[in-house]
Design a binder for this molecule. Structure first.
Ligand code: SF4
Length: 330
């Protein structure tokens, strides 16, 4: 997003109440400069000519830079939930069941409730969609929206996923709402013909699927197991191939990293690429649920940074995730 000069601000007094926080960082990218405030998440992309102005506290730009989360006003930043790119919430998560057929070592909900009594109903699916519609109409949200189905293992409640998608698609068009798509986050062990038919019916760009794979077979089978302690890698990968063979792209995944797997990051990355993933996130096991108080949780300081660095995806000269203007190790 280019930063434009806003003529309105030319009329403001020049003695500014705005200041520049130390959390403002710069990185050169594709001939432009990304200026980001690592406290607020606000950022702008500017040309080389505009860059000095961003740091000059010129009044013409200060209000705009404050509103974009870059400057402080009276020493206080704005947390830019109203960034033009995200006019309100855009991701709505619908947990359709806490149940799961796996028993992963780090499961946050400890594979809670395996008796089906807590499953969402079709009526709840409709209510969920109605609430989303209310929200975007009230807030006049204009960005694309995603409904994400999670669990537990969401495919244990596939009929409600299908009903909710069908219902949303039925009511969406006449209401003139921003585009909507859907995402199903699954452990990959329960993929069947019905799921594939649903995705093909609406198109993979409308109903996406994410299969959780913890990198290599060795790591995955230790971490992501059936209650019998059998690893789930073969099942997940067989189904991943099945989806890919049906023409359904499955290109992104999140791999959980524990104290046991933290030395395997390079091998995990290689394996994920071989499996066809093009985007993956190494996420440290959270100290909640089954992993609470467990030795599985990574113990070092600044975990995400170290993990990314071990995987070779982060600037080696930086101690944070912050873009570094002098970085040459992309
Ligand atoms: S797939 Fe694993 S982490 Fe996810 S809900 Fe099931 S047991 Fe928990």
């Amino acid at each position: 997003m280019e930063l434009g000069l806003v003529s309105y601000f030319d009329t403001l007094p020049r003695d500014s109440i705005y200041s520049i926080p130390s959390s403002l960082k710069v990185k050169r990218l594709d001939g432009r400069y990304i200026v980001a405030n690592t406290d607020t998440g606000g950022w702008v992309a500017v040309t080389e000519e505009i860059l000095p102005l961003v740091f000059s506290r010129q009044t013409q730009l200060s209000e705009e830079l404050y509103r974009r989360g870059l400057y402080l006003c009276d020493g206080v930043p704005i947390f830019n939930h109203s960034h033009p790119a995200y006019e309100g919430l855009y991701l709505f998560e619908f947990s359709v069941t806490p149940d799961c057929n796996l028993s992963c070592v780090y499961c946050a909900n400890q594979r809670a409730g395996t008796n089906g009594q807590s499953k969402a109903t079709p009526e709840l699916g409709e209510l969920f969609i109605n609430r989303v519609v209310e929200y975007i109409q009230t807030r006049q949200v204009k960005t694309n929206l995603t409904i994400e189905f999670t669990g537990g293992e969401p495919l244990l409640n596939f009929p409600v996923i299908k009903h909710t998608i069908d219902y949303a698609k039925d009511i969406w068009a006449p209401l003139n709402l921003p585009p909507i798509d859907f995402s199903i986050v699954t452990n990959g062990t329960l993929v069947d013909d019905e799921l594939i038919a649903l995705i093909l019916e609406y198109g993979a760009e409308t109903v996406g699927i994410s299969v959780s794979v913890d990198g290599t077979a060795m790591v995955h089978n230790v971490q992501r197991r059936f209650p019998s302690a059998k690893g789930s890698f073969d099942k997940a990968v067989t189904n991943l191939r099945r989806l890919q063979s049906a023409g359904i792209p499955v290109t992104g995944t999140i791999s959980v990293v524990t104290s046991h797997s933290q030395t395997e990051l390079a091998a995990m990355a290689r394996s994920l690429i071989e499996l066809g993933f093009r985007q993956f996130l190494f996420s440290p096991a959270a100290p909640i649920g089954r992993a609470a108080g467990s030795l599985l949780v990574l113990r070092f300081r600044n975990k995400p940074t170290m993990i990314k660095r071990r995987a070779g995806v982060l600037c080696k000269s930086s101690d944070t995730d912050v873009p570094n203007a002098d970085c040459t190790c992309e």
